[in-house]
Design a protein around this ligand. Structure first.
Ligand code: PLP
Length: 370
């Protein structure tokens, strides 16, 4: 048996007939840009996230850039974000001409550590970005206070957290705005690239629509220098079909996460992830920490298990962000975690038999690596 990190085949099968019918309709009408699938999806995703506005865009990185620009981030300002994230969080800041200011993560959840944020905010800070990594909602409460006193906005990176809640409120609805990604492997994934900005602010939503549409509210009248970032109509068809199943798929992810945690409890040397109080996390990734991680990963790959590392290099140690001037040791928690984290296969259609296989292989790998 082999178990991939993510398997989209069973998911595709579940929505296949509905998606094909919707695609046929788009091709029949040749309305390839915008149209009903896009506006309907935007409405439904806004409802599903419990926000007033959703703007569909081309991908998650654009969504973050637009959410930040719409929230007042401009060239020459600063944006605070965690060192442990996917590079796109920092790229979105850089594309605006703003500077990413990094902070370490908390050792328990590996999410932004609010205790460290106050020390790095300045008069240039325009946004603080909690990244809801692995489908775990970051603790935003203190960040909201800090942002307010710094005259900045909380802008969430909700790319891995569709459907997750904290004290009953959805990730993507907790700050001034949020960017999310519908990259195929995300909890809600398209059949290609797609993303969205969510917000409760009419002003932010209007700005985002303006910038995403060539800076134009009225055709051929351009108020600001914008970009072209549209949610593709065909992708909106796919997303509508999958959104109907997101709650059930996330529930299944939670079951599988709980089952991993239970069945790995007695395995010495493996630390399993825990949800913060108040969180209903959606386990985009199930990330354990192990000693001798590279050897364990190697053993798993040899056993046909598609385990992975999210992410092997913290932002400040990438070649791309070397210019920021952070040295090794700057963010010890993130740096240490990068050498220990191991993502196990998790997706709604993973079977218990497959999961047992992963657990068994992990047991053997951990013992052999010691
Ligand atoms: C996937 C992801 C993004 C970027 O999304 P794209 O759609 O690939 O541009 C940003 N942040 C995080 C945390 C992600 O996981």
């Amino acid at each position: 048996m082999s178990v991939p990190l993510v398997d989209l085949a069973a998911q595709q099968q579940e929505v296949d007939a509905e998606v094909r019918a919707g695609l046929d309709e788009v091709f029949a009408t040749t309305a390839f840009i915008g149209g009903k699938p896009v506006t309907e999806f935007e409405q439904r995703y806004a409802e599903a996230t419990d926000v007033a506005y959703c703007v569909g865009v081309a991908n998650g990185t654009d969504a973050l850039e637009l959410a930040l620009r719409g929230s007042g981030v401009t060239a020459g300002t600063e944006v605070v974000l965690p060192a442990n994230t996917f590079i796109a969080t920092a790229e979105a800041v850089s594309r605006i001409g703003a500077t990413p200011v990094l902070v370490d993560v908390d050792p328990e959840h590996l999410l932004i550590d609010p205790d460290l944020v106050a020390a790095v905010t300045s008069r240039l800070t325009r946004a603080i970005v909690p990244v809801h990594l692995f489908g775990q909602v970051a603790p935003v409460e203190r960040l909201l206070d800090l942002a307010e006193s710094a005259g900045a906005a909380v802008v969430e990176d909700a790319a891995q957290s569709q459907g997750a809640t904290r004290f009953g409120r959805y990730a993507g609805s907790l700050g001034r705005a949020a960017g999310t990604s519908f990259y195929p492997g995300k909890n809600l994934g398209a059949a290609g690239d797609a993303g969205a900005v969510t917000t409760n602010s009419a002003e932010v939503a209007e700005q985002v629509r303006l910038i995403a549409n060539h800076g134009s509210a009225r055709k051929y009248h351009h108020d600001v220098i914008g970009i072209n970032s549209r949610l593709d109509t065909l992708q909106a068809v796919v997303l509508q079909a999958k959104l109907k199943r997101l709650t059930a798929w996330n529930a299944r992810r939670r079951e599988l996460a709980a089952r991993y945690t239970e069945l790995l409890a007695d395995l010495d040397g493996v630390r399993t992830p825990v949800s913060a109080p108040g969180n209903e996390d959606v386990w985009h990734l199930y990330v354990v920490r192990v000693a001798e991680r590279d050897r364990v990963l190697d053993e798993l790959h040899r056993a046909g298990i598609g385990a992975g590392i999210h992410y092997p290099v913290p932002v400040h140690l990438t070649e791309a962000y070397r210019y920021l001037g952070y040295k090794p040791g700057a963010f010890p928690v993130a740096e240490r975690a990068a050498g220990e984290i191991l993502s196990l296969p998790i997706y709604p259609h993973l079977t218990e038999q497959q999961q047992d296989w992963v657990i068994d292989a992990l047991r053997k790998a951990v013992i052999r690596a010691q």
